[in-house]
Structure formats: C-alpha cells, structure tokens
Design a protein around this ligand. Structure first.
Ligand code: FAD
Length: 291
C-alpha cells in the first residue's frame, strides 16, 4: 500500500521498521528471521536502506521486492543520488514500478568512502529536493524524505536550513518525513513547532534508535549530528562495558522516549532495527496501548 494512504487512513499512531541489505547469506537469513519476528507486531511499513555501489543497490531492490511478494508488509525502498545519473535513476524507478514497489524514501546520500564531500555525478542530482521533484515526474510513487531535528552536519545555517529545505521537499512532492534518530525529545518538539510555523504540514515521524552498544552510538552520533545529552552519558557511562546491561537500559530509555513522543501527538515512530528484532519488540510491548 502507498505510504500516503497508510498515513492518511491511520486512526492511531503508526510504527515502522528500517532494515539494511545484508552482505552475506547468513546476514540474509538473519534478516528474514528478524522480519518474521517483527511481523507478529504488525508494523505499518518496512523500509530498506540503500548503499553506494551496484551490488548494494541490487540487494535493496531484491529485498523490497521479496518483502512485497512474500510478507504482508508494505515496503519502502530508500534511494540516494550517490553515483547515479538521471537516466540510471529512471531505469531503477522503472524496475520498481514494474515490481509494484510504490514507496520511495528519497535521499541525497553521503559521500562515498575516500571522498570528503558529496559531489553529484554528471547528469545527477546534488540534493534530495531535486531527486524528489524528479521522482514526482517518474510515476505515481509515494515519497518519504529525511530530516534532522538537531540539524544536518553540513547545514551551515543550522536547523533553520533543514527546515527551509524540508518545506521545499514537501513542495516538490514528499508525503512525509522521517527524522534522524535523536535522544533529546525537547529538540524534536522545538523542531516540529518551527516546521509547522514554516508551513510544513506533512507528517514528521521520529526515528528511534534503541541503544545496544553505547560506544558505537557515541561514535555514530558524532558523525550524523545527533547530540548525546548529559543525562544519557550519566546513565550509560557506568555500564558501558556490559552490553547486556546497556541493551536492557537502552530498551527502557527508548520506551520512555516513545511514550513521551506519543503523548505529544506524534503521528508514528520509525525504528532503526539494525536487522535485530528483540529491542523493537520489547519497546513495542511497553507502548502498544498507544498504537
Ligand atoms: P539533503 O536533504 O540533500 O541535505 C543535505 C545537506 O544539503 C543538508 O545540509 C541540507 O541542509 C542541504 N540542502 C538540502 N537541500 C538543499 C538545496 N536544495 N540547496 C542547498 N542545500 C540543500 N543514507 C544512505 O546512504 N542510504 C540510506 O538508505 C539512508 N537512509 C536514511 C534514512 C533516514 C530516515 C535518514 C534521516 C538518513 C538516511 N541516510 C541514508 C543518510 C543521508 O543520506 C545523509 O544524512 C545525507 O548526508 C543527507 O541526505 P538528505 O537526503 O537529508 O540530503
């Protein structure tokens, strides 16, 4: 089903799950087990990330097609501007149309390894805003986009830049936005209010990252612009080396973050599952009466 329809027909907040295409047969087997386990809690849609380079892109296509054909879930294929000309993108979109894939999460993408900045290829796009406009011309896809409540690391003008470009994404045809993960709900609420003042009316869905390994989260957050609040350091630092304790606390903290978001009118939650089901299922159990 189209994302636009899923969102407009929802009578309760939705939850969705994100997966990445594995590189090995074992990883693939793990992904399908994880999907089967998560199906039991009925996510509204399942999105699959998209990496730079040919084989990773083929894997995304293979997985979204199999999700559509073999599970009851509505798939969302991530798509980036990295390394692709308009013609190559048009070809891939024609494949998606033929396979009945209706939903695209349109992104610029990051610079490929070895490059310090993103650079569009000849005949390609520099920003997600342009990819979204192109997608609108390419067929009847429902389009999601990314946004950054604490600012994208490259945004010289801070969050104000991201809000301005989010409005352009909406004007160019995006149906909803999914956020970078964050731990500071107040930052999200401020961002949401500012988006609303700027005329962004599409649903903004918070991305939720259950913490399983705090060292990894600290490293990744420094690259993607997510702040680690002092209270989170104070809770996690003393147990940092004990991964079971970190994962258990990560579930409790994410559940309480989700509760506060749901009590404040968020239209849905998007879980970064990292192809693991346990944390998302445990969090869902604690918030299921809101969904
Ligand atoms: P853009 O919206 O193009 O923004 C990039 C920068 O350019 C920002 O600083 C923005 O302020 C600025 N900008 C935006 N529009 C314009 C404009 N028109 N003119 C001038 N400046 C502009 N990466 C992957 O490689 N694969 C994935 O599958 C993937 N999935 C993601 C899913 C989500 C929900 C999120 C939040 C991120 C995901 N990413 C993924 C990461 C994403 O590709 C990076 O964050 C990337 O650096 C920016 O992508 P974007 O679509 O937000 O870019």
């Amino acid at each position: 089903m189209k994302l636009s329809k899923i969102l407009s027909s929802a009578t309760r907040p939705l939850f969705s799950c994100e997966f990445f295409p594995p590189k090995t047969d074992k990883g693939e087997e793990n992904l399908w087990n994880c999907l089967r386990e998560l199906q039991t809690i009925n996510p509204a849609y399942a999105s699959v990330t998209y990496g730079a380079g040919g084989t990773t892109q083929d894997r995304t296509k293979g997985i979204v097609t199999r999700i559509k054909d073999q599970t009851g879930l509505s798939p969302v294929a991530h798509l980036t501007c990295v390394g692709a000309s308009k013609d190559q993108l048009a070809e891939l979109l024609a494949d998606y149309r033929a396979a009945g894939i209706e939903n695209i999460l349109a992104l610029r993408g990051d610079a490929p390894e070895g490059m310090d900045r993103f650079k569009a290829v000849a005949g390609g796009f520099s920003h997600a805003t342009d990819l979204i406009a192109f997608l609108r011309e390419q067929g009847d896809f429902s389009i999601a986009c990314a946004t950054y409540p604490e600012g994208h690391p490259e945004s010289a003008g801070g969050v104000a830049d991201d809000i301005r470009y989010l409005k352009i994404k909406q004007d160019n045809g995006a149906d909803c936005a999914i956020t970078q993960y964050f731990f500071d709900n107040d930052a999200f609420f401020r961002f949401r209010d500012a988006c609303s003042k700027a005329g962004v009316t599409m649903p903004i869905i918070p991305g939720i990252m259950p913490i399983g390994n705090f060292d990894q989260i600290v490293r990744f957050s420094s690259m993607c612009g997510t702040s680690i609040p002092t209270w989170l350091h104070e809770k996690m630092d003393p147990i940092r080396g004990d991964l079971d304790a970190v994962a258990a606390l990560g579930i409790e903290l994410a559940a309480s973050q989700c509760k506060q978001l749901l009590e404040n009118d968020t239209p849905g939650l998007h879980f970064y599952t990292l192809n693991k089901s346990a944390a998302t299922i445990a969090i869902h159990e604690q918030i299921s009466h809101y969904l």
